[in-house]
Write a protein that binds this ligand. Structure first.
Ligand code: SF4
Length: 357
């Protein structure tokens, strides 16, 4: 089994419309509490048999002592906290404004960090609208230039939306200034979180995506794979697939999904079962709780990668009933997977989730 433990050490400077963890401004975790939490987590994970990783969120550069946090964590658990093949996500806003930026970057380099991921949503106006911050576009370009000058790899994560497509020329102009940067086109997830429901007005549909025909290969993005995914995961295709499947069993789908369990530790030390922003249960507290008791609860928890991560699958509407209710389809939105598409239909028919409010 794979295990991911994310520790939310700080909030964000943005409140991005596509953010399934509903990120935004939040006070930073106290440094002393972080040290207690990471020591306890270290005791616990050493006794777990699995593929384990520890990550920090949200925008780590908002934590005033992030340099010390990274050094301490890397020294304590070098194999669980790793920068191998990991591009640090940031909007750049916090990092460019740090007086100790050079020190923090030195720590990151020593920890093995070689790259950053910068997410772009479109031209300035639309990028700022989606991130809910009027400074975010300028900050992104400024930090990209600076990271370039520091010889970091940059991955531009192009977040698919109607805006990304209408602003394609502007997006290409930005990419043109960073010819060495990696480019990746991401279809936003759909998970049953309030923020995601609001993103639907920006979500690209099948016809929107067709406007990218012939354009992706010019910026070195695998056009064939993108359109294969669009054809497979647009609503009409998912609908047809489920209709022709004859039978669709949530429990079977759940058992066949990735064996990957997510846990999130928040500011006061509480450990939640579920990804950040998608908690379903509190397992205890990493500051005051006993390591053995937490270990028992963590190892008893099954994977929470798909269906049962958000729903009591026994209580979901049967697929045939679900499809009857959503027919005729009002949109042909493009999703990142069949599962995400079905989750959006669950929302459309008011199916209950098991997420904590
Ligand atoms: S997408 Fe990232 S930067 Fe934006 S609000 Fe969410 S966690 Fe914060």
């Amino acid at each position: 089994m794979k295990y991911t433990f994310e520790i939310s050490v700080a909030g964000c400077n943005t409140a991005c419309a596509h953010c399934y963890i509903s990120g935004g401004k939040a006070p930073a975790m106290k440094f002393d509490d972080y040290i207690k939490i990471i020591n306890k987590l270290n005791d616990i994970i050493r006794k777990i048999d699995g593929d384990i990783s520890v990550t920090l969120g949200n925008d780590i550069f908002n934590h005033p002592r992030i340099g010390e946090i990274i050094s301490f964590t890397k020294e304590l658990m070098p194999s669980y906290y790793s920068y191998d093949n990991f591009f640090v996500p940031t909007t750049g806003i916090a990092l460019i404004n740090r007086k100790d930026r050079d020190l923090v970057i030195d720590v990151l380099k020593k920890a093995g960090c070689t790259g950053f991921m910068l997410t772009l949503h479109g031209g300035e106006e639309h990028h700022n609208e989606i991130t809910n911050n009027n400074l975010s576009y300028c900050a992104l370009l400024e930090i990209a230039k600076w990271l370039n000058s520091e010889h970091f790899k940059i991955r531009f994560n192009l977040m698919l939306s109607k805006y990304l497509i209408t602003d394609w020329q502007s997006v290409c102009e930005v990419l043109g200034n960073f010819p060495e940067a990696e480019r990746r086109l991401t279809v936003p997830l759909y998970l049953p979180a309030e923020r995601m429901r609001g993103f639907q007005k920006y979500r690209a549909d099948y016809d929107d995506c067709m406007a990218l025909d012939g354009k992706l290969r010019k910026i070195n993005i695998d056009e064939q794979s993108f359109f294969d995914a669009v054809n497979k995961n647009c609503e009409k295709s998912v609908f047809n697939e489920l209709e022709s499947a004859g039978r669709f069993d949530y429990a079977e789908e759940n058992a066949g999904s990735q064996q990957w369990a997510f846990f999130n530790i928040v500011k006061n030390g509480d450990i939640f079962y579920g990804n950040a922003g998608l908690h379903t249960r509190c397992l205890g507290n990493a500051i005051s709780g006993g390591a053995d008791e937490l270990l028992r609860k963590i190892t008893a928890a099954p994977a929470n990668f798909e269906w049962s991560a958000y729903y009591d699958i026994e209580r979901l509407p049967p697929v045939k009933l679900l499809m009857k209710k959503i027919k005729p389809l009002r949109y042909n939105y493009v999703y990142s997977s069949k599962e995400d598409c079905v989750y959006s239909w669950f929302d459309a028919v008011g199916a209950d989730t098991i997420l904590l409010k």
